[in-house]
Design a binder for this molecule. Structure first.
Ligand code: 4AD
Ligand code: MG
Length: 430
């Protein structure tokens, strides 16, 4: 009998098929049993009637425990009330592996316990939905840039220098020299932009963040575009088009998963261009008017970001931060030299910064001066300075943290549930 994935069963109405998967849950009433089987593509209610199956199949349906592996043969019937719109009227059921003492039961477990069993927790309904949405977001990111003729540039993971400050570097030995795990692919994209015009990278990035918050991981995935001759306004337009695209793509293609997570989809449907824009100076005034103790020069904390974002039902782009609190490579604003042409996009509903980006300094001497001011080793940046030596050009780019975007889209509060195997402060198991 043909093996069909549960997600494809609606194309096999009234046919006899085989389904292979794991027992998710089981109900029974007298001479009927209703095992629910999952196979990664969906959930299927099976109907086992004592009258219609062999003694062995009935016994197997009786013995099957949560997460036992099953092979089930039956006729697919349309059933509008069932998940996926179909159910299976079983003729044969076999347990191909009997699971004993599955640690995650339908009762409530604490997060520490679930994180310790992350490899099994992935099978649970909400985790499954988040991972499907993450996969959709990643595919949407790639499609967005591919469709706009960007070239994918895989940036290195082992690097000789810091991109985003020296305080969060993971250091490793490189044949007697020091190497660091990449904090961002940006520095490697800039020379590539001179070669190919429009480029992006997408890979894991690493930050030894000594803080334990729901918004920080030690290892996270970042997608970063970099565009030659694009200036700051163009950057903001690219960022909002990009975010609109990925959110609407999930709304369109992952409705079932959003519903499983009880996400309010009407909030996501509103994520359409243009997005509101405010400057850092305006942000400080807004925060002060709300009684917050902040002044020009302060970095915005998570609470400040939540307060600012609460005024809007779309992501807000905060631009022109003081140069002292931003990375060394950001271009000063010609109209306001105390600030840089950098922007953070803050998601609504308190999810915080999802994007950080800027126009880059393209003047060689100014960049060299900024590298020195930041106490960075000039030798390690010689190649990066070359971009300003041989055919320099204005250019801009940004980075979006995939887990931050997924958390917001899914309505999940902690980033640890938005990556298959989170790396967190002092925690690296499993
Ligand atoms: O703002 P960041 O540090 O910017 C950069 O790395 C630039 N080099 C990007 C560029 O212009 N090409 O980081 C970018 C994004 C943040 O907005 C956030 O979404 C995410 O990366 N991010 C983290 N996500 C999870 N855990 C962490 N510890 C993160 N740090 C940054
Ligand atoms: Mg940032």
């Amino acid at each position: 009998m043909e093996h069909v994935r549960i997600g494809d069963l609606s194309k096999h109405i009234d046919q006899t098929v085989t389904v292979k998967g794991w027992l998710y849950n089981k109900r029974e009433s007298g001479k009927l049993k209703f095992p629910i089987v999952r196979d990664g593509s969906g959930y299927l209610q099976c109907v086992v009637s004592k009258k219609e199956v062999s003694e062995a199949s009935w016994q197997a349906a009786t013995d099957a425990t949560q997460e036992s592996t099953l092979s089930v043969v039956g006729v697919v019937r349309a059933e509008s009330r069932a998940p996926g719109g179909v159910e299976l009227h079983v003729s044969e059921l076999a347990v191909t592996h009997l699971t004993e003492d599955y640690p995650i039961t339908p009762k409530e477990h604490g997060t520490a316990f679930l994180m310790q069993h992350r490899h099994l927790w992935l099978r649970s309904k909400n985790q499954h939905a988040v991972l499907r949405i993450r996969s959709e977001v990643e595919q949407a990111c790639r499609d967005f840039f591919y469709n706009r003729d960007f070239t994918l540039i895989d940036s290195p993971i082992l690097t000789p220098a810091a991109c985003e400050g020296t305080s969060t570097l993971f250091e490793t030995d490189y044949f007697g020299d020091k190497a660091y795990l990449s904090q961002s692919g940006q520095l490697y994209l800039e020379p590539a932009a001179a070669a190919l015009g429009k480029v992006y990278c997408f890979g894991p990035t690493f930050r030894a963040e000594k803080s334990k918050t729901r918004r920080h991981l030690m290892e996270f995935w970042m997608i970063e575009p970099e565009v030659a001759f694009m200036e700051f306004d163009g950057l903001q337009e690219l960022a909002e088009s990009f975010v609109e695209y990925i959110v609407q793509r999930v709304v369109e293609r992952r409705r079932e998963e959003l519903n499983a997570l009880e996400r309010d989809i009407t909030k996501l449907e509103k994520i359409q261009r243009p997005f509101p824009r405010i400057t850092y100076r305006e942000a400080i005034e807004v925060l002060q008017s709300k009684g917050k103790d902040v002044k020009f020069g302060d970095d915005l904390g998570a609470d400040d970001e939540t307060t600012l974002a609460a005024a809007f039902d779309k992501p807000v782009m905060v631009s022109r931060y003081p140069k002292a609190i931003k990375a060394f490579y950001m271009q000063p604003d010609p109209l306001d030299p105390d600030v840089v042409l950098g922007m953070d996009m803050l998601a609504p509903e308190g999810y915080g910064e999802i994007i950080g980006g800027s126009q880059r300094i393209h003047d060689h001497d100014l960049l060299l001066q900024r590298i020195k001011e930041h106490d960075l080793p000039v030798e390690a940046f010689q190649w990066y300075l070359d971009v300003r030596k041989y055919g320099s050009f204005p250019h801009s780019g940004f980075g979006m943290g995939i887990e931050r975007a997924v958390a917001w889209i899914c309505g999940v509060t902690h980033l640890r549930e938005c990556i298959p195997y989170p790396r967190m402060l002092y925690k690296i198991y499993p």
